[in-house]
Design a protein around this ligand. Structure first.
Ligand SMILES: *Cc1c(COP(=O)(O)O)cnc(C)c1O
Length: 214
């Protein structure tokens, strides 16, 4: 089941990516370690998690398999130390303070933690993230912090006009030649995201099925 849906999602990506390199992140919030292991057995290496406690248990259970863990959920200050210790990427940095804490708390003995700034690209009251016009003053405050590497931007667009939002994200990345990463595209809009330059797509439902939050 999971192997077939992974294959389907990958071919949707391939159908629009041409020679662009796009990495599929399996968003595994609410899924248990057994389900993740099925995805690993099918060749999936990148996983995205939203809730720290739940993620730490799975990271521990699945250790030793060379997996790459992405934190994609809201971040409270008191969670940064565990995130800095256990993750490879953080997509949801939406305050300078959080970037500074991750920088302070990432061990020097690990490679730099990869950071993306979350952008509230459609300025929606219900979504978090920096506003587009703030980015220019935020980047210099973060890009030279030790132990982290600012790689690019992430967004969750409004469903009203995702193509337009993705295209604004591509224009934003183009202003920063040192950065190389755009995290955008979920189950229902991944093709549009890839067509507009996504380098990570974050897919949950179309890999693992509908989530049951209970
Ligand atoms: C849950 C989640 C996803 C995956 O969404 P699907 O619609 O299930 O593919 C992607 N990104 C973020 C930030 C999420 O919270």
């Amino acid at each position: 089941m999971i192997d077939e849906s992974l294959e389907k999602v990958q071919s949707r990506i391939d159908s629009v990516s041409h020679d662009q390199s796009v990495q599929l992140i399996a968003v595994s919030k609410t899924r248990n370690a057994v389900e993740l292991q099925l995805a690993v057995d099918a060749g999936q290496q990148h996983f995205g998690e939203n809730y720290l406690q739940e993620a730490l248990e799975k990271i521990d259970t699945l250790q030793g398999q060379d997996l790459i863990w992405h934190f994609i959920g809201p971040i409270q200050s008191n969670k940064t130390s565990k995130i800095a210790e256990h993750f490879d990427w953080v997509h949801s940095v939406e305050r300078v303070k959080i970037a500074k804490r991750l920088s302070d708390q990432r061990s020097e003995s690990l490679y730099d933690l990869n950071i993306l700034l979350q952008v509230n690209i459609d300025q929606e009251a219900t979504k978090s993230g920096f506003l587009l016009e703030e980015i220019e003053e935020i980047v210099p405050q973060i890009e030279n912090l030790p132990n982290i590497s600012l790689r690019g931007f992430m967004c969750i667009p409004s469903q009203a006009h995702p193509a337009q939002s993705f295209s604004k994200m591509a224009n934003l990345l183009a202003k920063y030649p040192k950065m190389d990463t755009l995290s955008m595209g979920m189950s229902q809009d991944l093709e549009l995201a890839v067509q507009n330059g996504a380098t990570f797509v974050r897919i949950g439902t179309d890999i693992f099925g509908k989530r049951d939050y209970k």
